[in-house]
Design a binder for this molecule. Sequence first.
Ligand code: ZN
Length: 589
Amino acid sequence: MLQLLFLRYHGRTGIVPATVQAAPVTGTLFGSIGELQEKMMKFRLMTAGPSVRAMAFCLLPLTCYLLGMLNYSQAGKVAVLGFFILTTLFSWRELYPSRRLFTALLSVTLVLLIADIVFQVTLRQTFGVQQDDVLVVQALLNTNIEEASGFISQYRRYVGWYVVFSVLFLAAYWRLFVVPGRDFSGSCTGRERRKKIIFATIFTLLLLAIHSNSSLRKANPLFYFHYNYQKLSSEIEQAGLLKEELARGKTSPALSSMHLLQGVDRKTVVLVIGESDTRNNWSLYGYGRKTTPELEKLREGLLVFKDVLSADGATVGSVTKMLTAATWRNPDIWKSSPTIMAIARHLGFKVFWIANQGSENRGVVPILAAQADTTIFTNRGMDRGESSLDEVLLAPYRSALADPAKKKLIIVHLLGAHPAYNFRYPQDFGIFEKVYDDPVAEGLKQAGRAPWAILFRNMYDCAILYNDHILSELLRGLMAGREADSAWLYISDHGQDVVHNSDYSGHNIRVKEQWEVPLVVWRSQAKATGGEATDHLVTRPYQADVLDHTILGLLGIAGELYDPELDLLSEKFKQAKILPRRMKDADYD
Ligand SMILES: [Zn+2]
């Protein structure tokens, strides 16, 4: 809901160059403090209650969000923490106005919170990372004075602006909301005082309570170093273990049994992995809105598989199962078995991994990505809540296509339609955003869905429309090369529940929409498509946990780790080996 609220104010600004935007804001702010103070006197805001004063602090993170300097999650956390800490301190000070302790605590809190905001904005604007990025923690733990001063001199122009802006805000806030409180009479007695004590106690308890939320606790600047140091140590340890295990997979005897089929000399295979894309919202699969017009134009040469389930309900499990020997029946085998990237490289393929998700430092997917010859991460933020449109992938993708290697496997990992949907498409593709009267919207209304829920569906459909544009660009790029032997496969890591079953939007492993994914194949050497043979092929039931066999088939690789009976495109495919399929805790078939 917070996102919706922000959206109202925000539209979609994207990333705005902060230095350009900050100047007029600071100027106005500086010029009008006196004026503001007068007005506040008039409206008796000087004696505003603790929560109103605390609320005024939230203007700073909100401004940073509106200027694109922080993402909504960063801004939201600082705002919530600031609100509760400041309300608590202001309300106790009101009861004990002569005590300097609370004023001192207030000043320390304000400086810490504002320093934290400057820190986050600097990281985001100059390096494109978030404060809990492993890179940042490493740098902070290993830095020395020389490095620090080098950094400051290199980026002083940017950092300077943020510092000036924050100091101005701090000064204004101090004069308007903190200093007047010192004179505020705490002399109330009896019932009124008791009321205030209850208020202060409630907020103290609430302040403690919000710290039980781990994500808020981690955002508190007081716990930052301790938490991140621990996290870094454990991540480094786990990543080390995993890399060791995967390295063992590379020397597995099964690898030496793998070989290229005869005649495989030049070949390019592109595997595009989508994100949160359910086929239920593709017009190519019969959805009521025209969400895939570009792919429909290319339809003649495409195999559009109608009955494919995702490997898993979430990204990591799914990507791991698609690219390794792991299956839902045997989820851990991948750690001791070579990945398809390792197999392809072993047989002379140059492997590219181009991703608009995550970064090279986090989690399992980057460790898998590191198995490629070349890895490129295009997302400037750590969070998938970031606005990093998938078109940033196109340039590195084209260079990979132009690479002179004879045999290539190019893996493209999209950000697709991951929540928040409104970050996943540019304005031009927002054509369904305000549609509340087409058959799809009418159907949802009849099913009793709330207007805000329909807005989520509308934004999701815009993301699918943009995804269609990106997919057709990727496919056209490969087609334009006119290589004699090339293939392209698109599948999403999993689907999404977008108001299909209730007002809820997001990941929901209990519903079929989370598992029913599109799978589309194009092959340069395809036998004529259409007709009975194709119908027979595209209606095959499949689950993507065994997709590694289909990819090996496309690469023209055979051996111990390839089972043609699990290859969706093979003549030897056996559906009995696929069924029954599972949606984590429930049967699908
Ligand atoms: Zn995912």
